[in-house]
Write a protein that binds this ligand. Structure first.
Ligand code: NAD
Length: 351
C-alpha cells in the first residue's frame, strides 16, 4: 500500500436551528471584530439572523455564478474599504466562491454557512471566470476556517435546485473514486457520502421541511466535498468545468446531467469503484443504482435543457480531451468524448 493523504485543517459544526449563535462563536474563536458578510440578494433573508449577532461592517450582495473576475475585483475592493478582518459567507457555492476569491488575495479567514449541497466550503479550490474560460486552482488561503451547517436554512431551497445540487455532491463522491489523487481514505469517505446522499435526497425530493432528510443530505455533501478536495477533479469534473465556462451553464444541473454518462464510461474499467458505488447505493451495479436514484428524484436529464447549444459538442470535445486525467480508468479519445456529450445533450440512455 502506497499513498499520500492530506487532511485539510478546518472546523466543521452541524448546528441545525442554531447557525446564528454558532457563527458568532466561530468568529469570536478566530478573534475577528470586523465582519464582511457576503450573501446574494436572494440569500439576504437567510443571512439576516446570522448578521444580527455579528459585528458586521459591510454586507456585500453582488454574487454571480462562476465568479466573473470583475465581480471578484469589486468584492476585494469592498473588503479593503471596510477594513474587514473576516469574511462570513451565507449562501450557495457562488457565494462561497466569491468569499474564496476575496480570501485568495487578502488572506482573510472565512466562516462559511452553506445553503446548498455544492460543497465548496470544504475544499481549497477557487474558481474565476474571464472571457468564457473558467480557471480553477488550489490555495490553502481559500479554505474556510470554519463551516457551520444549519439544515433549517435549506428548507426553502426549491426542490429542483435541491435535487440538482445533491447530485452535484454525488458527482464529487463518484469522481473521488478515480480522481488523479484518489486514495483509499477518499474512497471510504466517498462511499459513505453516496450512502447518505441516497438516503437523504429522496426525502428532500418530497419537499416540505424534512429537517432529518436535509441533515442527511448535508452530511453526505460534506463527506463528498472532503473526499473530492483530496482526490482532485476526475473526468466528470473536467467535462463540467469546460462546459460551465464555455456556455455559462447552470452548475448543479450540468453535473446532475453528465454524471450517469461518465459513470457508464468509467465503471467497466474501475471494478473496485464500481463495487463500492453499487454497495453504497444498495444496487446490483453502480449504473443501475444511480439510474434508479435519478428516476426517484426526477433528475435533470439533458444538456440541451440546460441551455447548451448542439454545435457546442464538437467545440468542447477538444478542450475536454486535453483535460482528461492520465489515470482515468477508461482511456478516452475525441470520438468517445463527442459520443458521451452527444448522449448527454440528447438525454439518451447512458452506455
Ligand atoms: P448557487 O450558489 O449559484 O445557488 C443557486 C441559486 O439558489 C441561487 O439563485 C441562490 O440564490 C439560490 N439559493 C441558494 N441557497 C438557497 C436556499 N437555501 N434557499 C433558496 N434559494 C437558495 O449554486 P450552487 O450550485 O450552490 O453553486 C454553484 C457554484 O459553486 C459554481 O460556480 C461552482 O463552480 C461552485 N462550486 C465550487 C466548488 C469548489 O470546490 N470550489 C464546489 C462546488 C461548487
Amino acid at each position: 500500500m502506497r499513498f499520500v493523504h492530506e487532511t485539510l485543517p478546518q472546523r466543521v459544526r452541524f448546528a441545525t436551528g442554531e447557525s446564528a449563535r454558532a457563527v458568532a462563536e466561530e468568529v469570536e474563536h478566530l478573534g475577528a471584530r470586523r465582519v464582511m458578510l457576503i450573501a446574494s440578494k436572494d440569500e439576504a433573508a437567510l443571512a439576516g439572523p446570522i448578521a444580527s449577532l455579528l459585528p458586521v461592517v459591510r454586507r456585500h450582495d453582488e454574487v454571480v455564478m462562476h465568479v466573473p473576475v470583475e465581480i471578484a475585483r469589486r468584492a476585494r475592493r469592498a473588503a479593503a474599504d471596510c477594513e474587514a478582518d473576516i469574511l462570513v459567507s451565507v449562501g450557495g457555492g457562488s457565494t462561497t466562491g466569491l468569499a474564496k476569491a476575496v480570501a485568495m488575495t487578502t488572506g482573510l479567514p472565512i466562516v462559511a454557512v452553506p445553503t446548498t449541497y455544492a460543497g465548496s466550503e470544504a475544499t481549497n479550490v477557487w474558481g474565476l471566470t474571464e472571457e468564457s474560460v473558467k480557471r480553477t486552482g488550489a490555495d490553502p488561503k481559500v479554505l474556510p476556517r470554519s463551516i457551520v451547517y444549519d439544515a433549517g436554512l435549506l428548507t426553502g431551497l426549491p426542490t429542483m435546485m435541491a435535487v440538482a445540487s445533491g447530485l452535484n455532491a454525488m458527482a464529487h463522491c463518484i469522481d473521488s473514486m478515480w480522481g488523479p489523487r484518489a486514495d483509499p481514505l477518499d474512497q471510504v469517505l466517498a462511499g459513505e457520502g453516496i450512502r447518505r446522499l441516497a438516503l437523504g435526497l429522496p426525502r428532500v425530493k418530497q419537499g416540505g421541511p424534512d429537517i432529518g432528510g436535509i441533515e442527511e443530505t448535508l452530511y453526505g455533501a460534506y463527506l463528498a466535498a472532503v473526499s473530492f478536495a483530496s482526490a482532485g477533479s476526475g473526468l466528470h469534473h473536467r467535462i463540467c468545468h469546460v462546459l460551465g465556462g464555455m456556455f455559462d451553464l447552470p452548475h448543479a444541473q450540468t453535473h446532475a446531467v453528465v454524471l450517469p454518462y461518465v459513470l457508464a464510461f468509467n465503471a467497466p474499467n474501475a471494478p473496485e469503484a464500481e463495487r463500492r458505488i453499487a454497495e453504497a447505493l444498495d444496487a446490483s451495479s453502480a449504473t443501475a443504482g444511480l439510474a434508479a436514484l435519478r428516476a426517484t428524484l426526477d433528475a435533470p436529464n439533458s444538456l440541451k435543457a440546460c441551455g447548451m447549444p448542439e454545435e457546442g459538442i464538437t467545440k468542447a470535445a477538444g478542450r475536454i480531451l486535453e483535460a482528461v486525467p492520465a489515470n482515468n480508468p477508461t482511456p478516452a479519445t475525441e470520438d468517445d468524448i463527442v459520443r458521451l456529450l452527444k448522449a448527454a445533450w440528447e438525454g439518451s440512455e447512458p452506455s
